[in-house]
Design a protein around this ligand. Structure first.
Ligand code: PLP
Length: 397
């Protein structure tokens, strides 16, 4: 259901999750006047709201209260980690190298690329055909260039395929080499058990709107002794690392969404997707891209032979079913997915992927409706793609 229309089926939770009931209620309850950084009573009340939210988020993720630095979302948390740690690690000696997984979200990849202007050299960790990074590559890199490595960033779960990365293995190698590791937890938070203190990570990013909280809010969990240079100057809020007035109401809603209980268990989300798995296994045009073992619960990605993912999204949208292309659209423009290309798919296959993701308000009937609509949508998308691929004179004939 989208926008209150019962007939619409929303299967794009990985893009954004509908605002949860608990988040909505928490936002309304926390709607107190007062800047949380002001000294008067209203300000102190707002500050308590913010403190409670910070504590709930820290508890849910095995972090200390002081680890939580609120940001405007996952992108800013990733940028603060990549650029901020890099800058701080240059203070005593040059450390140009930044190691990032080849299938990271643009929020990590593009922030790493920005470091080229400051002497940074981005090294991509290759992935196998399931999208899993090579630990051997990380080990070799650290053996030869550990001293010059500013940081490593490897996501917990991929937003396009749901593949889980061996972050523990990366941390083990990096700690031995004295290199801090950041992990993008944006897709994993709220879906996988995560414990920041036990993880050995230096920093991890989360985003509220991916887990039923409001848009425009996220957090970087960061160790206290980790050096992070701020990206922007200002009033020195959030440990002096992220200036700007924090949205206390939004933080309360974020915490409520993260700690909400009683939603579907991961096993229920997986069971819901079983009819789709069966269709993908038997349909000759479909190929599963989500690894069958270690993946995010409730997410599936598959490629469609001889079709464009974009066409399928539009065709299914006409049936009131919202899914997304495999490639994270950048400002609405879909193209071949860099993630899928890194996994070895050619550009046609990498532009043909569809991602289906379910969550709290999803129901088995939604997946059954998708499975009923898909075969015809595939045929029509394939026909559209063959018309577009035909030479011009053939099209006019
Ligand atoms: N990292 C991952 C893995 C994501 O899926 C996303 C959102 O698409 C982001 C970062 C960016 O998060 P936000 O939309 O909160 O900026």
């Amino acid at each position: 259901m989208i926008g209150g229309m019962d007939s619409e089926i929303y299967l794009d939770y990985a893009a954004t999750a509908p605002l949860s009931g608990a988040a909505r209620a928490a936002y309304a309850a926390a709607d107190v006047p007062g800047n949380p950084h002001a000294l008067h009573r209203p300000g102190r009340r707002a500050h308590r709201v913010l403190d409670d939210a910070r504590e709930a988020i820290a508890d849910a993720l095995g972090a200390e209260v002081a680890h939580v630095i609120f940001t405007s979302g996952g992108t800013e948390a990733d940028g603060l980690a990549i650029q901020g740690i890099f800058a701080s690690r240059q203070l005593d000696q040059p450390r140009p190298s930044v190691l990032v997984g080849a299938t990271e979200h643009a929020a990590v990849r593009e922030n790493a690329q920005l470091l080229a202007n400051r002497g940074g050299v981005v090294v991509e960790i290759p992935v196998d055909s399931n999208g899993i990074i090579s630990l051997a590559f990380v080990a070799d890199h650290l053996a030869s260039a550990g001293q010059e490595t500013a940081l490593i960033s490897v996501m917990a779960a991929n937003n396009e395929t749901g593949a889980l990365q061996p972050v523990d293995g990366v941390v083990e190698l990096a700690v031995a080499a004295g290199v801090p590791v950041h992990s993008d937890w944006v897709q994993a938070a709220g879906k996988l058990p995560l414990n920041f203190a036990a993880s050995g990570l230096a920093a991890a990013s989360i985003s509220a709107h991916k887990l039923g909280g409001p848009g425009g809010l996220g957090a970087l969990l960061a160790r206290l002794r980790l050096g992070i240079a701020p990206l922007i100057g200002g009033g020195g809020q959030e440990r002096g690392v992220r200036s700007g007035t924090v949205d206390a109401r939004g933080a309360a809603a974020f915490a409520a969404a993260l700690t909400e209980t009683g939603g579907p268990a991961p096993a229920d989300l997986e069971a819901m997707l079983a009819p789709l798995d069966a269709l993908v296994a038997e349909h000759p045009a479909l190929r599963a891209l989500t690894p069958p073992w270690a993946h995010l619960p409730g997410l599936r990605s598959f490629s469609v032979a001889e079709a464009k993912g974009e066409s399928l999204v539009y065709l299914l949208d006409r049936e009131s079913i919202a899914v997304s292309t495999g490639s994270a659209c950048t400002a609405g423009v879909a193209g071949p997915s860099r993630v899928l290309e890194a996994m070895g798919l050619d550009s046609a296959a990498a532009a043909s992927a569809i991602r289906v993701s379910v969550g709290a308000a999803s129901a088995p009937e939604h997946i059954l409706a998708l499975v009923r609509a898909l075969p015809e949508a595939i045929e029509r998308a394939q026909a559209a793609s063959s018309v577009r691929a035909a030479p011009r004179h053939a099209r006019l004939a």
